[in-house]
Design a protein around this ligand. Structure first.
Ligand code: ZN
Length: 121
């Protein structure tokens, strides 16, 4: 069995190349705990960078973490994350990123019952 996906099937997550990252992180989103151990959930896993891309070391494995698509979409270089200096120590940068994603998820969590749930009844 090949250990890389055919090139035409490679999406942004690169779940073949990043398999060792997912294994290290127990197939769990570092932000919300999304469990990627079932096949449909594993298909969703992505890799996030602790610190935004742009420094030479950013593609090192220790700068990569397992992330679900929802958290990854919130963890892009948006909002206050854009303002963080790149010379922050990586652990401090990542802590602030995690706090930003947590607050963003809370905004969605509060939005849902008022704006989405009623339409499902
Ligand atoms: Zn997540």
């Amino acid at each position: 069995m090949p250990n890389e996906l055919p090139i035409e099937l490679r999406g942004a997550s690169r779940c073949d190349v990043n398999a060792h990252i997912f294994l290290r992180d127990n197939y769990t989103c570092v932000h919300c705990g999304f469990d990627g151990r079932s096949f449909p959930n594993w298909m969703q896993l992505t890799v996030d960078h602790k610190r935004r891309v742009g420094l030479p070391a950013d593609e090192n494995d220790d700068n990569k973490v397992t992330c679900c698509p929802a958290c990854n979409s919130m963890a892009g270089n948006v909002g206050e994350l854009k303002e963080l200096p790149l010379d922050l120590p990586i652990d401090e940068y990542f802590q602030r990123k995690k706090e930003y994603v947590k607050r963003s998820r809370k905004t969605f969590f509060d939005f849902w019952p008022a704006n989405v749930a009623p339409s499902l009844e």
